[in-house]
Design a protein around this ligand. Structure first.
Ligand SMILES: Nc1nc2c(c(=O)[nH]1)N[C@@H](CN(C=O)c1ccc(C(=O)N[C@@H](CCC(=O)O)C(=O)O)cc1)CN2
Ligand SMILES: NCC(=O)N[C@@H]1O[C@H](COP(=O)([O-])[O-])[C@@H](O)[C@H]1O
Length: 296
């Protein structure tokens, strides 16, 4: 995917994403003056908010702004470019952590270049900061007044040159602007065998409670592409687990989550290795790494 350059669209009031690094919350706003481009920082020093104008960096040409993003070496493997990943979380982020570990370990040909969350202090955000992964707050809300708008989060993801967006326990509806900006490039993991037990209200323990109450004998995670509605996008991968007669929602959740971690890593590995293909009827398939004539 060729990321569109943001530079041509930057106006004097463009806001670069609210990026958290280490324990400071920096909101970088691009201010154009006298043909120079400099950044305003907004640092949150608990408990006081200090708004300070500091010339973080003076860039003589707007063209150089894109170099502000870490220039990860785009390693290639078998002629395939390493993919840049954005992960969206709202909670503990165990799926995020397993994907990040797989990237670091090399089993996923990708890099997590940014974490997006609607809760600045959630476990996933803490892990990201501890691992020097930039954190973006999205969406703007009463709880997160510094969160980005849909258009700004799209602009930020373009600036990070994100190839794939991975939702991993993100509990807000992704707006249509973002869905349309990443066609066939945004996936979600859901803790049931969709289309069963999906849609508004079906998240976290609510899902597992409904599965048990239904008497279903099987459950398991689903990875699907994201469309404008909750959990209705094209199914890409699933794994079944048994539902036992004496399961509690917590026991079932743990069984499903264990499979989620492996399933999501396998799917992300396939995405990064360009092994996802689309059948003529619109069903996405994963090409086997071991036997290229096999699909699942
Ligand atoms: N456009 C899309 N956005 C999101 C999708 C999607 O498929 N399309 N998946 C969800 C993840 N998800 C299930 O996998 C999911 C998350 C949250 C909800 C839900 O009902 N949320 C509540 C709010 C919960 C909260 O804020 O604590 C609600 O909307 O009332 C359902 C399904 C991520 N986004
Ligand atoms: N409908 C969305 C939903 O319920 N997602 C679920 O939230 C959990 C997040 O765990 P994690 O933060 O440890 O990855 C996971 O079980 C994921 O399937």
């Amino acid at each position: 995917m060729e990321p569109k350059s943001l530079l041509s669209r930057i106006s004097s009031n463009t806001t670069i994403p609210s990026v958290q690094s280490t324990n400071k919350f920096l909101s970088l706003s691009l201010i154009r003056s006298q043909n120079l481009v400099c950044f305003r920082t907004q640092e949150f020093l608990a408990p006081k908010i200090v708004l300070s104008y500091r010339r973080l960096d003076v860039i003589r040409s707007v063209e150089n702004v894109k170099n502000v993003v870490t220039d990860e070496k785009n390693e290639e493997k078998d002629g395939i470019k390493k993919k840049k990943l954005a992960v969206f979380v709202s909670g503990g982020g165990s799926n995020f952590r397993s994907i990040h570990a797989a990237c670091v370990g090399g089993s996923v040909h990708g890099d997590v270049v940014v974490l997006v969350t609607n809760k600045h202090d959630c476990g996933g955000a803490v892990y990201a900061r501890d691992n020097d992964i930039p954190v973006i707050l999205f969406p703007k809300s009463e709880d997160e007044p510094n969160g980005l708008s849909p258009n700004d989060v799209v602009a930020a993801l373009r600036k990070f040159e994100v190839d794939f967006i991975l939702l991993a326990g993100y509990l807000k509806l992704i707006p249509v602007e973002l869905v349309r900006a990443y066609p066939k490039s945004m996936v979600n993991i859901h803790p049931s065998l969709l289309p069963a037990f999906g849609g508004k209200g079906y998240y976290g323990m609510n899902v597992h409670k409904a599965v048990i109450a239904s008497g279903a004998r099987y459950s398991g995670p689903t990875v699907h592409f994201v469309d404008e509605h909750y959990d209705t996008g094209r199914i890409l991968a699933q794994k079944t687990v048994p539902v036992l007669w004496n399961d509690t929602a917590e026991v079932l959740a743990a069984r499903v989550l264990q499979e989620e971690h492996q399933l999501y890593v396998d799917v992300v590995a396939a995405l990064c290795e360009e092994r996802v293909v689309w059948r003529k009827d619109g069903v996405p398939l994963i090409q086997s790494k071991e036997n290229p004539d096999e699909y699942s």
